[in-house]
Design a protein around this ligand. Sequence first.
Ligand code: ZN
Length: 76
Amino acid sequence: MVAPSTETTGYSVPTHEEVLAAIRAGYRAIDDGYGFYPGFNGWLESLGYTRREDVDCTCPDRGYRGHLPECRWMRP
Ligand SMILES: [Zn+2]
């Protein structure tokens, strides 16, 4: 049986501390001229996370007030 593509069981999302560290990396990347997301995304990727386009929003409020930078980032 193949799990549905929106299956997120068994995956973990970044912890609060990891997200804060990634945000700091994003601001450092702005200072370095790369922009926030290259730094933010690169930090999470270095921790083994990937951004899943095939899953539902992982924001605590389901994106009601806009998606968080860490939305849909998860790791097996
Ligand atoms: Zn979201």
